[in-house]
Design a protein around this ligand. Sequence first.
Ligand code: FES
Ligand code: FE
Length: 436
Amino acid sequence: MTTKSAGFDAGSVVQEQRVHGSVYTSPEIFRREMDTIFRTGWVYIAHDSEVSEPGDYLTRNIGTEPVVVSHGKDGEIRVLLNRCTHRANKLCNAESGNATSFRCPYHGWTFSNTGSLTAVPMREGYGDAFRAVRAELGMSQAPRVDSYGGFIFASLSPDGPTLLEHLGDATRAIDRLLDLSPTGTIDLRANWMKHLHHANWKMVVENNVDGYHALFTHASVYDAIRPAKVSHIPTKTDVVVRDIGLGHSEIDYSAEYRKLDEEFIWYGRIPREKLPIYVAALEKRHGARKAHDALVVGPPHTLIWPNLFLAEMNVMYVEPIEVDKTVAYTTAALIPGQRDLNQRTLRRAEGAMGPAGFLIADDGEIGMRNQAGLAAKEPEWLVLARGLETDVTDETGIVNSDKSAETPQRGFYRRWAEVVGASTAGTPAALTEAVR
Ligand code: FES
Ligand code: FE
């Protein structure tokens, strides 16, 4: 089902401290990525709060392939390929909704929300032989769909690593986010902001764990909210960057925040008295001590390979469109039942991620300029050596106590080379090998 990548030498484009420009510009490498990373591996696809009721559906993409995430009438959540089995028309064209069936706009074939073909208009035009194949003309579906903490992932490959094997220690980041919720769940139904980035998808993704750029790319933020929330001088802070392994990585403020032992630093230092209902509910769930720790440590800033970013109280996922075109979707992570907190989270999300926001507009512009710069073919390589000599391996991964070290990106590309460059790349066996 997939294209073997035999003959592709990942080492020719990804090395320990540098990445070749073609990784961001080659249509051939982009196709290979779709086949290997996206068509074979696990990809974040939706959150269960978005499809909580039978009939709820969303249209998304796995790589460049359109899918429908559908909560079937039988209670099962499926990821159906969004293609009519007659002449391949894109079947479902709404972003989301609730429906018992999907009717093709071309000739009206109709499929139930479990994917089976239920109606063929003017049936008599088909001969008897059609009766025999009709049962096989249901929508194709991702053979594996699984979730962790409400985050739903799909794999278009019938075998390979389990979702838990794929996530590895990145599950801790999801746990950290859910620790902030009195119900242990979040709600991602605030609607998604969409940003079209004229940049390669990896540029959009790796920027999220680049601790080097903020003072420069986001200078306007620091002008507006002086003083910065923590020092950026590595010897003065306990903020670390971490290659968690398996392509997952993060910027981790938890040690710094624990040292300061102050709640809500990550949330504009709001006093707990301003959110009494939330704090009381969290203490009810965790007890006072653990609730305090959760409020001190705050949410994760973690990239989950290949397309999900837990951006503190926002969630982002990316869909690659073309080699130099990517859509980033962001939404606020809402806490069920916490209206006051959620209002604040929404305003903060708009400020950071909205169209006139402080952060993502800067990152989109810088990504576009990065892609523009890559049109100059020399020098051939981009440098990822920052902090290489000071990386330390411990039980949590490869860690660097300089937040501006490029440790996360090195982890990302190590995984990339394993997946895209394996001699059996594009096969489940290669992925299984890579996670073990
Ligand atoms: Fe869907 Fe013909 S393409 S009914
Ligand atoms: Fe940024």
